[in-house]
Design a protein around this ligand. Structure first.
Ligand code: HEC
Ligand code: HEC
Length: 196
């Protein structure tokens, strides 16, 4: 058995394709609750760090696009509330659904994530810490983070991003189940690793 007896030791996990997510049950063999919780967060991070998510959680004032943090073209900026600026609101181009002919992605309430929810340039441990911090997560409880992950419409777009865009791995339902299992196991954060 490749179970880890001590916190932070590597654990063997079922191999999955890049577009697949492991289920919470794939972590049942990790006996140490802290290790299990951390491993669940690392798995959920495969979604959190995906371009479909980070492009809209930038660490500056403009969204990114594509697979490699490309500049948003046409230029657009955050504005005072994350909805763009007068005359150049996000919703002047982005509608409540994808416009596949024009290649403009869309979902209800399209807007940039607030700067305190930036994920670009942060380690998994940093993203984990800010997700749990009600001062930086929009005043959400952990249960509300689970709900948001499982049901929010902007999050949902990550798996239905329109023609020519790679969806986030797995399904939103599986992602929601991983976040729920992470919270149930104590919402532990992984150790620091290299910045993205
Ligand atoms: C002038 C029109 C326009 C405005 C204003 C605009 N966008 Fe876009 N946006 C686009 C187009 C067109 C694309 C598709 C680019 C492509 O994939 O070729 C896009 C793509 C994106 C993507 C990339 C999706 C992905 O994962 O590849 C994000 C994120 C995004 N916009 C967010 C925003 C946000 C947030 C705002 C407001 C702050 C905004 N946009 C304002 C036209 C606009
Ligand atoms: C079009 C832009 C956009 C996209 C795409 C997007 N988000 Fe967000 N996200 C936001 C905005 C805006 C908020 C803040 C609104 C709120 O809290 O209700 C937010 C908040 C969140 C939060 C709340 C807590 C926090 O601290 O960040 C989570 C969790 C989250 N997003 C997950 C995701 C995941 C996972 C994906 C990809 C599958 C994703 N988002 C894609 C715009 C986006």
């Amino acid at each position: 058995m490749a179970c880890s007896a001590s916190t932070g030791a590597p654990v063997a996990l079922r191999p999955v394709a890049p577009n697949e997510l492991r289920a919470p049950s794939d972590f049942d063999h990790i006996e140490d609750r802290t290790d299990r919780s951390r491993a669940l967060f690392v798995e959920a991070s495969r979604v959190l760090s995906h371009p479909r998510c980070v492009n809209c959680h930038p660490n500056g004032d403009a969204p990114f696009q594509g697979m490699n943090l490309e500049r948003h073209d046409p230029p657009a900026i955050r504005g005072p509330e994350g909805h763009g600026v007068v005359g150049m609101e996000c919703t002047s181009c982005h509608q409540d659904r994808n416009q596949d002919l024009a290649r403009v992605p869309g979902a209800p309430k399209w807007a940039l994530a607030p700067i305190e929810m930036a994920w670009v340039g942060k380690t998994r441990a940093e993203v984990c810490a800010q997700l749990k911090d009600s001062k930086r997560n929009g005043g959400k409880t952990l249960q509300q983070i689970v709900e948001h992950s499982a049901h929010d419409e902007l999050v949902a777009w990550g798996w239905a991003p329109g023609v020519g865009r790679e969806p986030a791995p797995g399904t939103q339902k599986q992602f929601g189940a991983l976040v729920a299992a992470w919270v149930e196991s104590g919402a532990e954060c992984p150790d620091e690793e290299a910045k993205r």
